[in-house]
Design a protein. Structure first.
Length: 299
């Protein structure tokens, strides 16, 4: 028979875990949005975002975020959510031209892909009909699918991009008898597909409001990043994205290992250094909470 006190303690621990998981998801969504907007300001449409207005606001929000990491009372889930909503509304109000251009790009990309698909229809048989295709043709089609994925990724169609990267991998997995040069091309395409797939899932998970769906997205990001690491353990980007996704799943120890590997490969990268520091802080905070919990258990 389970001791009522033990059951009560288990329920309390589960409640604390669930609340902390929700808080971390809200925290990471807020931080991810700041990084995303900074990427936009340095992207191909940077001129459409008023940096003189948005950059100071991002600096202010980032300072608030960093201060919250060391506050005696942790920032609540609601505070992160409210702050994110206000920031999103501000960026959207100031960057109307930017978001209009992004939507136009998305529609243009969809139209181009539909036209390309119509042209290709009838020219290519089903996959089981051309298994004896030479490696060169497999690589060509894989590269084509990868580029299509990049187009729709830039247009914001993330799931479509994931599907096209998956098609590219299907061709790569059926490329045999490759020369050393073809193998190098194969690995390069595969690495890009896995890295981009991880990034797609990271972006989708960060936007997902449903906790279970978000968690599945982060897990898929971890899987894709691990696939990238298998291809090239020397890719700092692969280790960084793996650590980033693990952080959002609350797997801080494993994430810290990946972050340290990324920093070893790219010691000057500020984002990697920041992620490593955050993971270290999370572990220290987690250990402190565990000590308090054990004290309550044996008090």
């Amino acid at each position: 028979m389970v001791d009522p006190k033990e059951r009560e303690l288990e329920e309390w621990m589960q409640d604390v875990h669930d609340k902390e998981t929700s808080r971390l998801l809200a925290k990471n969504a807020f931080e991810t949005y700041i990084y995303t907007v900074r990427d936009w300001m340095n992207g191909d449409k940077e001129g459409l975002l008023p940096k003189d207005k948005i950059a100071p606001r991002l600096d202010k929000e980032e300072l608030w975020f960093e201060d919250g990491q060391y506050a005696e009372v942790p920032v609540s889930t609601e505070q992160y959510q409210d702050r994110l909503k206000a920031l999103e509304e501000f960026v959207q109000s100031e960057g109307g031209a930017f978001f209009k251009a992004r939507e136009e790009d998305r529609q243009k990309a969809e139209k181009e892909l539909e036209e390309r698909a119509a042209q290709e229809k009838g020219k290519e048989k089903e996959d089981h009909d051309y298994r004896k295709m030479p490696a060169s043709e497999r690589l060509r089609m894989a590269a084509k699918n990868k580029e299509e994925g990049n187009v729709v990724f830039k247009a914001g169609n993330l799931q479509d991009a994931v599907n096209r990267y998956a098609r590219a991998m299907q061709h790569l997995n059926k490329a045999f008898d490759m020369s050393p040069e073809q193998q190098a091309e194969h690995d390069s395409i595969a690495l890009s597909c896995h890295l981009n797939t991880a990034q797609c899932y990271i972006k989708m998970a960060a936007k997902e409001s449903d906790k279970e769906k978000a968690e599945r997205g982060w897990e898929k990001a971890v899987d894709a990043a691990k696939d990238a690491v298998k291809i090239n353990d020397g890719s700092a980007k692969a280790h960084y994205r793996l650590a980033f996704a693990l952080d959002h799943l609350g797997k801080f120890d494993e994430g810290l290992t990946s972050a340290k590997r990324a920093r070893h490969l790219a010691p000057e990268d500020k984002e990697i250094v920041r992620l490593e520091s955050r993971l270290q802080t999370q572990i220290e905070r987690q250990n402190a909470k565990a000590k308090k919990m054990y004290k309550k258990m044996f008090a």
